[in-house]
Design a protein around this ligand. Sequence first.
Ligand code: FAD
Length: 336
Amino acid sequence: MSGSSQRETTQLAASVLSAAAFGLMSAGCGLERANGIAMGTTYSIQADCPKSLPHVRVDAELARIDALMSTYDRDSELSRFNRGATGVALPVSPELVDVVGAAFVVSEQTRGAFDATVAPLVALWGFGADAAPGAPGDKEVAQALRSVDYRRIAHNREPPTLEKLRPATLDLSGIAKGFAVDRLAGLLDDARCPAYLIEFGGEIKARASAPGGGPWRVGVESPSGPDYAKTLLLGTDALATSGDYRQYRETDGVRVSHVIDPRTGYPVRHHLASVTVVTDTAMMADAYATAMLVMGEVEARRFAGEMDLAALFIVRANGGFEMFHSQAMVPYLERG
Ligand code: FAD
């Protein structure tokens, strides 16, 4: 179904906007709260639970996922796979196969705009655990681009193995935080918490309604100011935003984003400033938001329509910002 994306001619004054993140606006009474740091970013949980969920369980679950999927931890399962030989089917955890498999699905759907083998380019452009200094030349980009192709990786579920069919390096930073949010939601579901809101580095998972009833109100900040560009209303939904504001470098006065186009080898450089996606799982929202930021406004809006994906786009225009949303995003928009 290809829904047309509606144009909101809300002209956002440049002064109003701030880094692409969320404000949790549903401060409710009777909620348990937990905050912490993991995977180089912060998390916060608001939950209504029959018995309090030990904070230590949350941290232990995030540490467990970190040990599987971090490229910052040299001993993680993913780092060991990345260092491993080509042509060897390495036994790994089923969850690592599931995340790589989900990344592969999004790569197929987005025709390579999302590609977890982008690691050499991420490092070359100065981001991630192996960030290289300085700005690369076209030759180095072409060299690194040669080993970027998700089809170089074979993933098998029974038994769970990953194999490099040709040299490649995986970076799951565009999808694994979303996976971690889904796992934290699983902990709260197992603890029979009827309502909660989890936010972790820009990925969100909500269940049921905010205290006192009604949807969870989540403010999507805009790319350079303290206010919210839009308020979204979540029920049992997941949400993720990808933007070129939080992580970028300035080289020779040019802003270089940490989101790289695997089809060209270069950081995204277009007018699309941030993409917010609402869907069932935080893992898929995380990957789709990154993929659509890579695509740029026109291709992303077409993709969201084709996939019937709820998406909100903030685009630089005329010295300010304009917002667009896909048809599927309409139910989540707070009116007025
Ligand atoms: P997103 O838009 O969600 O993802 C962008 C990231 O995905 C980029 O940073 C890059 O790594 C990758 N990427 C870029 N382009 C593409 C593409 N086209 N397709 C696929 N992927 C792409 N950060 C730290 O500073 N210290 C840590 O110790 C640390 N540990 C981590 C452990 C884990 C398990 C994970 C998943 C991440 C960790 N990070 C760490 C990274 C950090 O948490 C964020 O994941 C990172 O900053 C990007 O998240 P984001 O939501 O800002 O960007």
